[in-house]
Design a protein around this ligand. Structure first.
Ligand code: PEP
Length: 268
């Protein structure tokens, strides 16, 4: 990593799609169609498909990271159906935490998400922390307050240096734009990324606030990624629905490669 140059990251969140029988082939196809210099690629399949995706990528393109979509905040115990960080050893090197669908469907709180972050970094997993407002919050002018509150709640107990060294990535995902086909205007997403950096600085992050990669997520496609990556404040995308389509991923990562090349050429 070049000091002062944030990496460009495209992470695929497959959500509850694919099976162990087809996930490896999809991962292999996406990897082969997104070989673009300078872009960090990550595929996050369902837990039961992690091994298939890991095996397919180890053999075809080990530069693509494998991520889990969640991790439990405890190490072990009576938590039926859940998966702990130690269980992910050898299966994943990234993990998404605090996705709005987990907050919505599993009632995850900022405090629990903070615990998930802690377990993730202890296990050597690189976390992607999701924050973002509901439509009502945006319409009421509270979008920044919501993201700020989520960051403060999730990061409260954390040591900045440890999280930064662990490679924390933040995904700003307005909930009303996820899976809806509605997207945000690029400049509004960039304003949120700047506000998030301001919140991190206020939480004592110092220079690291400017160095954390911030992704945009919310109905990103090959057709609209350019609008987001034209914004210097944004460092890539967390892609849901479109990430299951190799041609979409090829377009998204291809555009991300242009941003990565431009950043590299701007380094003195
Ligand atoms: C997501 O799952 O994080 C996401 C942004 O989904 P979609 O791209 O489908 O809106």
């Amino acid at each position: 990593m070049i000091r002062g140059m944030r990496p460009v990251v495209v992470a695929a969140n497959w959500k509850m799609n694919t099976t162990p029988a087809d996930a490896g082939e999809l991962a292999r196809t996406i990897a082969s169609r997104t070989r673009v210099q300078g872009v960090t690629r990550v595929i996050c399949p369902p837990f039961v498909c992690l091994a298939a995706v890991r095996d397919a990528l180890t053999e075809s393109d080990p530069t693509v990271g494998v991520g889990a979509q969640d991790v439990h905040q405890e190490l072990a115990g009576a938590y039926t159906g859940d998966i702990s960080a130690p269980m992910l050893a050898g299966l994943a090197d990234w993990v998404i935490v605090g996705h709005s669908e987990r907050r919505r469907d599993h009632g995850e709180t900022d405090d629990q998400i903070g615990g998930k972050l802690a377990r993730a970094i202890e296990a050597g997993l690189r976390p992607i922390l999701c924050v973002g407002e509901q439509l009502a919050d945006r319409e009421a002018g509270r979008a920044v307050d919501v993201a700020e509150g989520q960051l403060a709640g999730c990061l409260a107990e954390h040591d900045v240096d440890r999280l930064f060294t662990a490679g924390l990535v933040i995904a700003y995902e307005p909930v009303w734009a996820i899976g809806t086909g509605r997207t945000m205007v690029g400049s509004d997403a960039a304003a949120m990324a700047e506000a998030i950096r301001g919140s991190l600085a206020a939480l004592g992050w110092g220079e690291a606030a400017g160095e954390v990669p911030i992704l945009y997520g919310g109905s990103v496609t090959a057709a609209n990624i350019g609008e987001f990556l034209a914004e210097p404040a944004l460092d890539g995308a967390l892609v849901g629905g479109a990430s299951l389509k190799p041609e979409e991923m090829a377009g998204i990562v291809g555009r991300a490669g242009l941003t990565a090349a431009a950043r590299l050429s701007a380094v003195p």
